[in-house]
Write a protein of this length. Structure first.
Length: 128
């Protein structure tokens, strides 16, 4: 089942740059997802706790606040194991071993088509 067939699937985009946040949210929405946005990990954790429909976390690494995007990704993996995780950065290279299990890394600038494909693939694996 794809995200557009089931509107209960949502993506949480975490990005501290407002323009990049809006762009990534638009991209996820165009792929057929309900989308939530957060400017840092603390806001993201509140969203995770308040929105059970989130099936994918799409986070930048470098951001202000109590933790960076990699720490957030690991916390989400531990607290919400079925949630798909995509990590992105324009400054860091991330090894597979640094990501949570089944997490994906995309260097910025990323291809919107590649992100859309990854989001849809993760949503298909999300338990009903």
């Amino acid at each position: 089942m794809t995200s557009t067939e089931d509107p209960s699937f949502a993506v949480l985009v975490v990005e501290d740059n407002p323009l990049l946040l809006m762009d990534a949210m638009d991209m996820a929405e165009a792929a057929g997802f309900r989308v939530y946005g957060a400017g840092n990990a603390d806001q993201a954790m509140r969203m995770m706790n308040n929105h059970a429909d989130i099936c994918v976390l799409f986070t930048d690494i470098d951001m202000p606040g109590s933790m960076d995007g990699l720490q957030l990704a690991h916390l989400v993996r531990d607290g919400w194991p079925p949630v798909g995780i995509i990590v992105s950065s324009g400054y860091r290279k991330v090894a597979k071993g640094d990501l949570p299990e089944d997490g994906l890394f995309f260097a910025k600038p990323y291809s919107p088509k590649a992100i859309s494909t990854a989001l849809t693939g993760m949503a298909k694996r999300f338990p009903q």
